[in-house]
Design a protein around this ligand. Structure first.
Ligand SMILES: C[S@@+](CC[C@H](N)C(=O)[O-])C[C@H]1O[C@@H](n2cnc3c(N)ncnc32)[C@H](O)[C@@H]1O
Length: 158
């Protein structure tokens, strides 16, 4: 979908996975505007920011590191590290979309709703890839929250 967008309207799209297989499967499906990168996402984002110090990202979609709803901390720490790595490239108008960050148990897939409810009951917070990003961004004046359902979407205002 992102590849189709840049193929139609211009721009560049980078997609990163730590495993080679999904990238090899994608190779024949995407246009020349998409770069498929095999790397750890935090390392890629840090390097991209370092090599492109003045460039801004229009859209960043965070969806790496499979979420374990019973123990979401590894995914959540990875998510906030991704955010901190790309933060210098987010400016006015940039969009940040984070997957697997349910606002409440009702929006979770049925197969892990019960685990999300148990985690919420125990910890007082919903499990999710963005569970550390959301409270941080909600406390800053730099963003507007555009949507929060199963995913969360912020627009940067500065
Ligand atoms: C839930 S899948 C999402 C893939 C893609 N966004 C999609 O919707 O098809 C998560 C992917 O993150 C990759 N992944 C896990 N840890 C990673 C890391 N540290 N850096 C980059 N990718 C990682 C996994 O290999 C997996 O393919």
């Amino acid at each position: 979908m992102f590849d189709d967008y840049v193929d139609c309207f211009g721009g560049e799209f980078y997609t990163v996975d730590i495993r080679l297989l999904p990238l090899m499967q994608m190779r024949s499906l995407v246009s020349h505007r998409t770069q498929l990168i095999c790397d750890d996402s935090v390392r890629f984002l840090e390097r991209w920011v370092h090599s492109n110090p003045r460039r801004k990202a229009d859209l960043v979609y965070l969806d790496s590191y499979d979420l374990d709803p019973r123990s979401p901390y590894a995914a959540a720490v990875h998510g906030i590290r991704e955010y901190l790595a790309i933060r210098p490239a987010l400016g006015e108008g940039s969009l940040l979309l984070v997957d697997d960050t349910p606002i409440s148990p009702d929006v979770c897939p049925p197969e892990w709703r019960h685990e999300a409810e148990a985690f919420l009951e125990r910890e007082g917070v919903m499990p999710g890839k963005g569970m550390l990003i959301v409270p941080y961004l909600d406390s800053t004046r730099a963003v507007t929250k555009m949507h929060h359902g199963y995913q969360v979407l912020y627009r940067f205002d500065r």
